[in-house]
Design a protein around this ligand. Sequence first.
Ligand code: IPE
Ligand code: IPE
Ligand code: MG
Length: 267
Amino acid sequence: MSLGKIIGQKNKDLSKRIDKQKVPEHVAIIMDGNGRWATKKGLPRSFGHKKGVSVLKEILKAAKKLGCKVITVYAFSTENWTRPTKEVDFLINLFSEVLKKEIEEIHEESTKIKFIGDLTPFPENLKEIISNSEALTKNNNKFLFNVCVNYGGRQEIVKVAKELALKSSSGEIEPHEVNEELFNSALLTHGTKDPELLIRTSGEKRISNFLLWQLAYSEIYISDVLWPDFNEFEFLKAIIDYQSRSRRFGGIESLPNESFEDSQLSS
Ligand code: IPE
Ligand code: IPE
Ligand code: MG
């Protein structure tokens, strides 16, 4: 049997363990570890970023196959500008190249692509490719692919706070009208359900300023695998782990035939 067939069989076996009724609708991913992957191989960091793109394609396919509806990836953070100019320029160029190459296929699959973050500092050619891609796919409704670029969770929250403060000072809203729902509707992710699952690769156990508001109750799965080595099999493992969690949202798991009063108070 060829290697491809063996891998395909392994993935099939694993996906049989997945409860199709409980697949997360929205998965957020911190694709981390590109640089370390390349360095380990004695290659420039850029090789890791390039390999990371093909992994992303595989994961998008796997997520669609499984029945997920939204994938949100962290591609460039507001803090990533502190990297050497050469690496930042490489990444910006990579975004343009990949988008130009992949947008037709994305569109054919009826995927809507949305860029989340402050696009202002990016070069005009990238901004143009982004706005064309968003316009082309805006009516697609099979799958939503959010790409966070120059994104920071704190910056997003401050932006919303400013907008609401302005609306309040101009009399458009009353201060007492500010609530979670209104705040949520002004976020860059408005209209999209919060992620049920966050995956971070490369073993780092932090959020790094990603979707601070939206991740409030997401399940977190940390994979030790570096992003360029991540694959469908590892993604399915994350989903299986997610399905084993008990999501309580601050409550308690219901115990059949027993109430809190019965078990704790009545004696
Ligand atoms: C993630 O990989 C990609 C981006 C942040 C753009 P890194 O580039 O952070 O790789 P490591 O963490 O240095 O290995
Ligand atoms: C988070 O990874 C940002 C992206 C994946 C785009 P980083 O590598 O920038 O995060 P830190 O520096 O480890 O927190
Ligand atoms: Mg990193």
